[in-house]
Design a binder for this molecule. Sequence first.
Ligand SMILES: O=C(O)CCC(=O)C(=O)O
Length: 405
Amino acid sequence: MAMLWSRISAALPLNEEQFPLQFNDKVESSVLEMLKRSRHQLYSDTTSASRMLNAQIVLDFSWEKLNTGTWRHVDKEWRRVYSYGCLFKVAALCREEPSADEVLQALKTCDMGLLMGAAIMDNILQVIVQILQSEVRESTKEEDESEHAQVKRIKIECPHVPVIKEELAVPRIKCPSLESFNTNYLLPLKPVILEGIIDHWPALNEHPWSIEYLRSVAGCRTVPVEVGTRYTDEEWSQTLLTVNGFIDRYILNKDGAAVGYLAQHQLFDQIPELKEDIRLPDYCCLGDGDEDDITVNAWFGPGGTVSPLHQDPQQNFLAQVMGSKYIRLYSPEDTDKLYPHQSQLLHNTSQVEVENPDTERFPEFAKAPYLECVLQPGEVLFIPVQHWHYIRSLELSFSVSFWWS
Ligand SMILES: O=C(O)CCC(=O)C(=O)O
């Protein structure tokens, strides 16, 4: 650990004068004063306790701002202040011979900054997180090896796998040309399974994604997790866990926990090692939007995870990397037979439990035509904009979806 601080400080500006602290007038002068004090402490001798105290004041103050009103209305300046607070806290934790526990705390602090803050100083938290991660990897190598032995013993689940009727099956096509995909599927907004278009992804080849691999690149990272069978349930909630914690609790189900789903759109920005293992499908270039506007989502969870029937405002390529999923698709033309929730928040979600519908409450549902499939690793489902989709994972599964326009 002795080298840790020298690696972190090498990523920081050389001196106080070169360390930027510019904010607009949304940030009160008392907060700016605290930030300046923390910056000064970074380059001078003082106690860890004093460094920690100042960093915590910055964090507590900005956390309050981040949690006031709706997220959309939180001023970005406060997210930047929060990131600075994280940076100063990491420095306080790592400056003097940190214990293994302090390094883990520092890693979690960086992740909180990456998730809740806004990028500062050329995304310095991302740089520091890589340094901390390599430190943690070194010190937990032995533990990882014993984990591997355990992972091999995971029981293969026997889910209820629906038999897909041929007349209802989503059509399949192998590596169509851009033009053929555009004419036959994108313009008429028809779902299709694209085969062979992600075979080159490192996630399926060089380092096939598996529990062991995810533990090795991201095990100690803190990520948001959804807890509960489906997001329409009363008991559904969100929490923060390390990827290792998520795997132990919800995949290996060590303590018999409820269903948890790592479903989020920030994972690939937060953990670049995973982003390098996937590629944007070429077909996204047929959209009008910019590449930067494509949202890439991760969906990692145990068998039995359900995404209730819902629709989204963009085109979607759902790429299956690990495990398989049962998927049903309904056209937006049949929305009136799908009984969307009345509330503004859930108006894009159907009230019907697709595989166990209440036929008395929702009599029209049985009349809605649909397509279905079991999506296997290496396959990509095109879900046209506004098409209703219901998804149940049949086993441990990792999918990546691309929302594009
Ligand atoms: O795979 C899932 O569970 C949900 C995917 C989804 O709804 C989406 O990509 O829009």
